[in-house]
Design a protein. Structure first.
Length: 158
């Protein structure tokens, strides 16, 4: 009987030693999730401004890319605010004693129309950013990312 307890204790210890480290960093890093496209845009523009000479970006190009980043941020702030307002309207409509389903459906449609427009705006900005750079500049930027280690998961997380 004592031998059984020793084996079970050893097995339990082995299982705990192999599974606990897997949860040690829970909540940190990307955990398999990729960076959002809008954050990629912000990081690329920042990287280009930090390493303008290395990549070969002109002052005019950089000015346009910074303006693109600023315009995108402003548009996303407005769209996120619109989404929040519609969410509040939905919550208020759901709290009524009698729910007008047509009005509620219109609010849900509005919410997802704004979300769709937001996603399209981000994709358009990303395309504009990539199209603003020459093939040589894109190659240099990618090499710089690899050299600096920015391509690794968890970059920027602290």
């Amino acid at each position: 009987m004592r031998k059984f307890y020793v084996i079970m204790t050893a097995a339990l210890l082995a299982v705990s030693l192999t599974t606990v480290p897997a949860f040690a960093n829970a909540g940190y890093g990307y955990q398999g999730k990729s960076m959002s496209t809008e954050k990629k845009i912000y990081k690329k523009v920042h990287m280009l401004s930090e390493h303008q000479q290395e990549v070969g970006v002109s002052d005019d190009q950089l000015k346009k890319l910074k303006a693109l980043k600023l315009a995108l941020k402003k548009d996303l702030i407005k769209m996120d605010a619109d989404i929040d307002v519609v969410k509040l309207d939905i919550k208020a409509a759901m709290a009524e004693d009698t729910i007008d389903l047509n009005a509620l459906n219109a609010l849900v449609d509005r919410k997802y129309e704004v979300k769709k427009a937001r996603a399209k705006r981000v994709m358009a900005a990303y395309a504009e950013l990539k199209n603003a750079l020459s093939k040589d500049q894109k190659t240099k930027l990618k090499a710089l990312y690899m050299q600096k280690g920015y391509h690794q998961a968890g970059y920027g997380k602290k």
